[in-house]
Design a protein around this ligand. Sequence first.
Ligand code: SF4
Length: 445
Amino acid sequence: MDAAILDGETEPPDCGFDARENGADPEEPPSPTPLFPSFPQAPGDFAPTPLPSFLRRQFPGATRRDWNDWRWQIARRITSQEQADRLLRLSGPERAALGQARTTLPLAVTPYYARLLDPDDPAQPLRRMVLPSPQEARRAPGEADDPLSEDACSPVPGLVHRYPNRVLFLTTDFCSTYCRYCTRSRQVGAACAPGAPAVAHAPERLRARWRLGLDYITRTPAIQDVLLSGGDPLTMPDEALDWLLTQLRAIRHVQIVRIGTKVPAVLPMRVTPALTRMLKKHHPLWMSLHFAHPAELTEDTRTACARLADAGIPLGSQTVLLAGINDEPGVMARLLQGLLGFRVRPYYLYQCDPISGSAHFRTPAARGVELLRALRGRLSGYALPTFVIDAPGGGGKIPLAPDYTLGYSGDDLVLRNYAGGLYRYPDPAGAACAPPQPAMSKGAA
Ligand code: SF4
């Protein structure tokens, strides 16, 4: 366990569970973390085991107070086949993948997220996202370890400068839970490697690397916007993050700081009152939260998002489109609508990057466009993210969207609405500028 992660916070965590100790309940109550209640569960949805039973079976002697402590959660992550075996009925492929010599990305799952995994169903979406598959060892044509050429856009270690006025600051290579489709699987997870130094995230070591990035930002006045990512910045102690945010805030031309994190989905107890008090000092601060499936929208996650929103932090979501996980309109609708209910504005839906060994996660790119077309009109516009492909080779994010324009008919622009109906908008000025078009059929309104 990384000792430094355990440093630096004394406030007792509170993540929405009541204060009763494990084992005090004469009868087990229903699960304290029901799925977002506004959405009917789909066949195959999994209801988590009530917490007292889960603790008794998986972590004998642990209390609710332990469970609500994010440092306890990190220290007790599931990181080995033996631990996974106690938790789940492993399938043959899962067992084979766990038995392989470690490739790039280690196994790590917080107890909190592990409780959401269905022990009996290897096809459960949440389980597929965190348990390795033998398919990760197969590199398909077009895949690469660094498909976005981030390394080529890195002026100093830990910083990616692709767009003129903003940079990506890779603060740490540590995440509490590793996603099997991670774009940075080549970089994250070293702290879990056998023999890795226990102080990989010690503040002094981090600061030495951060100073290179801070120096670069200081001497590059075009940079107005810094995105802290990693790894997951919220796995760091409050003091380390506070130090970094303070340094960034001292750079006059840095106007906006954003933090990218999956913590509210995989470790919601990390969002303590102490953390949000610290973050509030550094406004304007924005956050991009990583969610992939509606089953991640638990009451604990709702509490974490509410704390961040109450701290005045605008929350956006980022979701990777994943085959068999969230590529059905009903599943995506539950996720997007649920996020709005959690005060999180869906921001980006990403086509899965072609990292090595990710073919089993990728859908055809057209699937994302179809999804948005299916959801337009069914959900509020606030719930609809921008679907993008992050162009391989470093081209940046390129949006893909359904096209609702059919062209001009006389002075009218002919449009198709979400339900397929055709409508005319009088636009003589636009028609005058439009290139000549074949005459539209009579069916075009
Ligand atoms: S939380 Fe983000 S950085 Fe960490 S493994 Fe998942 S996708 Fe990668």
